[in-house]
Design a protein. Structure first.
Length: 196
């Protein structure tokens, strides 16, 4: 499972086992932005909206996938050519093809990202959030994360490290990405599912 370079890997320990204690429990230790996860505005703003302050309906909705496989950047032209998919959608996903690199160091380098112009265009489209099959909505070299800031200023959600988006190309579907509900949640791992 990919975690941002320099961040701790998740740990799953078995302090209680059926054979010893009569029941099993797993101690899970991980950062809030581990694996397939969701970013909230509080991820980058001290007074930003936290996931626990969103209603549950914010994490479920109609969705579509835009195919940007092979592109280095995701610009407005890709959005405009997919307006028929975006119209009426709550979530827009981007199939970059990058998830095929899970487990490879190259996953963290040179992945496709949204342009600032595309992020502004998405904000005006009335969606709840976006999803990508790569580690970030901003380019790998970014230190100021302009795309995150554009989306967060409008309280949009960002789901990162998705997989299997190629199976949803050309389909409209329902999407669910419910986060763990904890106080002041800046992000959370999610179980992202699509059904159609």
């Amino acid at each position: 499972m990919p975690v941002f370079p320099g961040m701790s890997l998740p740990k799953l320990e078995k302090p209680f086992k059926v054979s010893t204690h009569g029941y099993a429990e797993t101690l899970i230790t991980m950062l809030s932005h581990t694996g397939t996860h969701m970013d909230a505005p509080a991820h980058m703003y001290e007074s930003g909206k936290t996931l626990d302050s969103y209603p549950a309906s914010s994490f479920i909705g109609k969705a579509a996938v835009i195919d940007v496989n092979g592109k280095r950047e995701i610009g407005v032209e890709a959005l405009k050519s997919s307006e028929h998919l975006i119209k009426g959608s709550d979530f827009i996903m981007f199939h970059t093809g990058w998830s095929k690199l899970w487990g490879d160091e190259n996953y963290f380098r040179n992945f496709p990202a949204l342009t600032m112009e595309a992020a502004n265009w998405l904000v005006s489209s009335g969606i709840k959030g976006i999803g990508l099959d790569c580690i970030s909505a901003d380019v790998a070299e970014s230190s100021d994360f302009p795309v995150h800031h554009i989306l967060f200023k409008e309280d949009l959600l960002i789901v990162e490290n998705l997989k299997n988006l190629d199976k949803l190309l050309g389909k409209k579907f329902m999407f669910s990405c419910l986060p763990l509900k904890y106080e002041n949640a800046d992000g959370s791992p999610v179980r992202a599912i699509a059904w159609y």
